[in-house]
Ligand binder design. Sequence first.
Ligand code: NDP
Ligand code: MG
Length: 379
Amino acid sequence: MKRKISIIGSTGSIGVQALEVLEQLDDKFEIYGLAAGNNIELLNSQIEKYKPKKVCVAKNTTGVNFAQVMSGEAGMIELASDKENDIVLMAVSGRYGLKPTLAAIKNGIDIALANKETLVMAGEIVMSEAKKYGVNILPVDSEHSAIHQCIKNINDVSKLIITASGGPFLNKSADEMEHSDIKQVLNHPRWKMGKKITVDSATLMNKGLEVIEAHHLFGMAYDDIEVVIHPQSVVHSAVEYKDGSVIAQLGLPSMHIPIQYAITYPERVEGIKSKSFSFAEVARLDFEKPDFDKFPCLKLALEVGRVGYSAPVIMNAANEEAVYAFLNGLINYNDIYSVVQKIYDKFSPSKLDDIDSIFELDNEVRCVTKEYLAKIGVV
Ligand code: NDP
Ligand code: MG
């Protein structure tokens, strides 16, 4: 029998690539639901092509070629938690992924998780709910997919090694970085992704968020998670075992593979045929330690992960607002870090027990960040 899948964020970079993967797997999957934000044109073409049973949009349902369109957060929650789903791909960006993910978990639906903010904001709650309801959280993020593929028994693992391409500024001077414009920041050398994550990949905040994500997914202490710069993005991450063996997952950079592995797990299927891998063609693999002075967002995120409690919620919300201010041309590249650090310092981390308090704090941090941006004269 075909497994039913819904894609939350079908019009984004991950969503579109997931549909490409699913086109090759139509003997295994039925596309049950699609949820998009505002790109109605693309959503309409997806509706025509994939004929989902349920459709949801962020706000405005006008112009959507579908009989009964759901909308807003309530619609996304309803679609994600619909018991017809066997699996939900959470490919929405930002904080919007958290509530639908939790609702799906409560109904016993497996999650293919791309939305890293879900674990950064509420990793403890999400993982304990997943355990309680016997739900698999299958990582889509390429590094976490790599680690997932390398782990046989987590109790034998002594260290996770997360690779980072280093983004567009790896070999640029501090001066070049300071004067870089949006186009340069969005020009990622290896991956084509949504704008928010592409900016985070330039500051390396993305890698910091991924360390927090890995801490929750695999239950590893921060001291046992290492970040290494690997510009070729061929080794997607690795694990070190207690006997000193290191197992890495390699492949040409492509999100099709981790997306497919997450939704077909534990099976491996041919799916979208990728070019066969050749060590000789790759020729060389370089590794170096990250430069924390050049990438202070990474340093901050690693500290924040260790602090725990509400610290990641504060940093994540301030970062998202700062990144959007940068994308709207309101602040410069270097201001992203200084705004995040400034806002982070204004709050004291506290223990948050439920989702409502997490969202309350998230909203407060966003308001304070916007006020701060207005005060320094940029909004
Ligand atoms: P994109 O910005 O390309 O896509 C985001 C998707 O979310 C779009 O479909 C967008 O709809 C939808 N969306 C945004 N806001 C809302 C809302 N309020 N309600 C409903 N839908 C909404 O992002 P990516 O695909 O790049 O990333 C998605 C997630 O996956 C992020 O959390 C990212 O960190 C993570 N990720 C991405 C990777 C990548 O390679 N791209 C790799 C690893 C993780 P619309 O466009 O219609 O407005
Ligand atoms: Mg990643």
